[in-house]
Design a protein around this ligand. Structure first.
Ligand SMILES: [Zn+2]
Length: 425
């Protein structure tokens, strides 16, 4: 248990630095970090980690080892543009437990900017919410990790365990950033990821696959339309077959611990589509990209095999060679369950209770999380726990300011108790 006097100093220190934290987080939101464009945001983070007295490691994440890993997501971009940043605190004598504080710097596209109330990169605070693409998912969390450590320093304490603060790329598309950090040798006794989880702890989440589907047709002039085969019409049929598989997987939820009470745990999304080249020609081709979820405990390879079976049945409806061809194009990632009863969870529960005055709740989420990397391949408890948000991946994404303060305080208290602290000489 953390000494109450020390806890009080840590809480005061978070509050003392909170305005600075909010301003820093807003500056981070103002640096767009869309896929392959993360460098400017990583520069700001690297500078802050350096200022916090950490040793910096920044590298392009590509490696043969990464590409060979079972959790690797096939990438469709130039990996040379993808850089992780890790800042490490080495205590003079390592006596406490070690910790990874992880966050992803990449953000998803904004959608039509004219739908937003203000620029997605404006980072205004309005009525207690910080707005902007990535504000909640998850630049507020990166700020929480950084300023939790800053608070310990401000309270004239230093951790007695090793700490790695990670700012990774690729969380929104492959999960390769956190995987690359693990393969580079970063392990610890526990990991915290402050994703926007409404002040709760993630107990279980789904695995995710991304794949491209190319549907073939036969082009023809419209005066002889019946001699053609419309690839866009055919794509609807294939999508409908995939919706059938989605429904079947949702019916199986009773077989999967923690998913029984989730309304619709398995979501397939047709996220991108392209087809045809002329309104008066029967289209020869339609391609679309799918995000599909599956339950933890099922390997990505097995889920993919079942999807391919469904697509083979679709293809058999059309009398054409290569009528439906699918290839993985991103996430190839299993889901995971955070096993109950870990010491790390107990320490987080105490820290949460001290700040929130209520019990830490856990829940099941039907979204992808990098937590799978640490849990499945790093054999460490990973606590995905973070602030209250609205409209992540949507329009006018925002994160509640007071929630950031409380989550930062809980992470600072967690770090102090988990790693141990001693007076700063
Ligand atoms: Zn996220």
């Amino acid at each position: 248990m953390l000494d109450p006097e020390i806890a009080g100093r840590v809480i005061a220190a978070v509050n003392e630095r909170f305005d600075e934290q909010l301003a820093w987080t807003a500056e981070l939101v103002r640096r767009p970090s869309l896929r392959t464009g993360e460098a400017g945001a990583q520069d700001l983070i690297e500078e802050a980690l350096t200022g916090a007295g950490l040793d910096i490691d920044r590298w392009a994440i590509d490696s043969p080892e990464l590409r060979a890993h079972q959790g690797y997501g096939p990438t469709t971009v130039d990996p040379a543009a993808l850089e992780n940043v890790v800042g490490t605190w080495h205590p003079p004598v390592e006596r406490g437990r070690s910790l990874i504080l992880n966050g992803h710097v990449d953000v998803v596209p904004t959608g039509p900017e004219e739908y937003w109330s203000r620029s997605p990169w404006d980072a205004s605070v309005v009525d207690g919410w910080l707005y902007g693409r990535g504000s909640a998912d998850m630049k507020a969390g990166i700020g929480a990790n950084l300023f939790a450590l800053t608070a310990l320093r401000t309270a004239e304490l230093r951790p007695t365990g090793r700490i790695h603060v990670q700012s990774v790329v690729e969380e929104e598309c492959t999960g390769n950033g956190s995987l690359a950090a693990l393969l580079r040798g970063y392990t610890a006794d526990a990991c915290v990821i402050p994703e926007p989880e409404d002040d709760k702890l993630v107990r279980a989440n789904v695995g995710v696959l991304w794949f491209d589907v190319t549907v073939r047709g036969v082009p023809a002039h419209l005066r002889v339309m019946d001699t053609g085969q419309n690839a866009i019409d055919a794509a609807y049929t294939v999508m409908n077959d995939l919706r059938g598989l989605e429904a079947e997987w949702n019916r199986r939820k009773d077989r999967h611990r923690y998913f029984e009470d989730t309304e619709h745990p398995i979501n397939f999304n047709f996220g991108v589509i392209n087809g045809g080249d002329w309104p008066s020609s029967v289209p020869a081709q339609c391609t679309f990209t799918v995000r599909a979820a599956f339950y933890p405990g099922i390997s990505a390879a097995d889920a993919w095999a079942e999807i391919q079976e469904t697509l083979a049945k679709s293809a058999a409806r059309f009398d054409l060679p290569d009528a439906v061809v699918a290839t993985p194009s991103g996430f190839f990632a299993e889901g995971y369950v955070l096993e109950e009863g870990s010491d790390a969870e107990a320490v987080l529960a105490r820290s949460h209770e001290r700040v929130f005055g209520s019990e830490l709740e856990s829940f099941t989420t039907p979204g992808y999380l990098d937590g799978r990397v640490f849990t499945l391949y790093g054999n460490m408890p990973c606590l995905v726990y973070g602030p209250v948000s609205e409209a992540i991946h949507g329009i006018d994404e925002r994160v509640e300011v007071e929630s950031i303060r409380r989550i930062t305080t809980a992470i600072a208290l967690f770090t102090a108790e988990w790693c141990g602290v001693e007076p700063q000489p």
